[in-house]
Design a protein around this ligand. Structure first.
Ligand SMILES: C[S@@+](CC[C@H](N)C(=O)[O-])C[C@H]1O[C@@H](n2cnc3c(N)ncnc32)[C@H](O)[C@@H]1O
Length: 208
């Protein structure tokens, strides 16, 4: 099955699923960390590109804290949920397209991709970021933990590929961005289970 067909199929229950007790617990840690990072770095004058916006769990916050946002999503079902959720504002532009076809981030200050690196190659996206004028990139990275493997199993059951990243690969591939300020945050809660996500924040240093 194509990835967008799976998301079309689950789009109507996506929000319910992520607010179910287990997923909410795991996701709330990720959400707290991400909300803090986004609020800390995004200025009211910023223009944001969100890749894989889904039903808009983070788009709502991004609209609130930035000047303008372009939300890219390739599933029509997910896009429909997103459009229904966001009250009309001229500060958001919806683009139904495949994020892998974006060849330049010029014109954007901030690039955000939450829950997308499992579907596309994060390092390819980051090389586009490196060659752009954008100031900041914030992405989640799914890793090979128990919960990451469970997530991959879910996608694979539908024949959808799901990429998990090795810790070593993350650190070695990100170490090439010497002129950029790269920070990797762990989302951790060992009491319950170890979530599979890491958050990477890449900041362009002034002058680079
Ligand atoms: C796991 S969901 C995350 C949605 C949202 N960012 C969130 O955190 O709730 C991944 C989303 O990325 C979208 N997506 C996956 N691959 C994509 C691609 N190549 N281009 C655009 N959207 C994509 C899917 O359709 C889906 O809505």
């Amino acid at each position: 099955m194509k990835t967008y067909n799976l998301y079309n199929m689950i789009s109507r229950f996506y929000d319910k699923a992520v607010s179910s007790p287990f997923l909410r617990r795991v996701r709330s840690q990720e959400k707290d960390t991400l909300s803090q990072i986004l609020k800390e770095h995004i200025l009211p004058s910023d223009i944001v590109l969100e890749i894989g916006a889904g039903t808009g769990d983070y788009t709502i916050l991004l609209v609130e804290i930035s000047r303008k946002i372009t939300a890219v999503e390739f599933s029509s079902g997910m896009m429909k949920q997103l459009r229904n959720k966001i009250s009309r504002t001229d500060r958001i532009c919806f683009e139904k397209k495949d994020a892998r076809k974006i060849k330049s981030f010029d014109g954007f200050d901030i690039i955000v991709g939450i829950g997308i690196a499992e579907h596309i190659n994060l390092f390819k996206v980051l090389s586009v970021f490196q060659g752009s004028n954008a100031r900041l990139a914030v992405f989640t990275i799914p890793t090979k933990t128990y919960s990451g493997r469970c997530m991959r199993l879910f996608y694979n059951l539908f024949g959808v590929p799901c990429r998990l990243y090795e810790k070593k690969e993350i650190y070695s591939k990100l170490s090439i961005y010497k002129e950029l300020d790269v920070r990797i945050y762990d989302i951790n809660d060992r009491k319950y289970c170890k979530p599979h996500t890491k958050v990477v924040v890449i900041k362009r240093q002034p002058g680079n």
